[in-house]
Design a protein around this ligand. Sequence first.
Ligand code: DQA
Length: 145
Amino acid sequence: MKALVINGPNLNMLGIREPGIYGSDNYDCLVQICQEAGAAQGFDEVEVFQSNHEGSIVDKIQEAYGKVDGIVINPAAYTHTSVAILDALKAVAIPAVEVHISAVETREDFRQVSYARLACFATITGEGLQGYAHALELLKEHLEK
Ligand code: DQA
């Protein structure tokens, strides 16, 4: 079973970027958490991808069709704007979990909208980087049903 973890813009800046909100661990830590959690959950492979570009994220979701069993996605700022990412997730119909490092529900009004959520069977917010491990756990449970 293969999982794909997709990270949107500025998540490569973890550790530098607003540490009061996103913590002091860097992007490599995020990748390591995903790899370790994926192995612990029994996934054969976990690919972790990051892009600052909406089209590249759409391309990655399309390329997953027929190759990936489940997706964990933190679309970052594109969460709140991207119908294209929502449509790509709907197009491939791969089971997906939405993750946010911060508790988006306690933040600005513009962060209260999530387009991607409409194509995800679960959402995790405010658990920091461990939210990715939680998402992989939910994904595995869902795929085993
Ligand atoms: C985020 C929350 C978004 O609102 C923000 O634009 C991000 C990160 C999070 O992980 O908490 O870039 O998705």
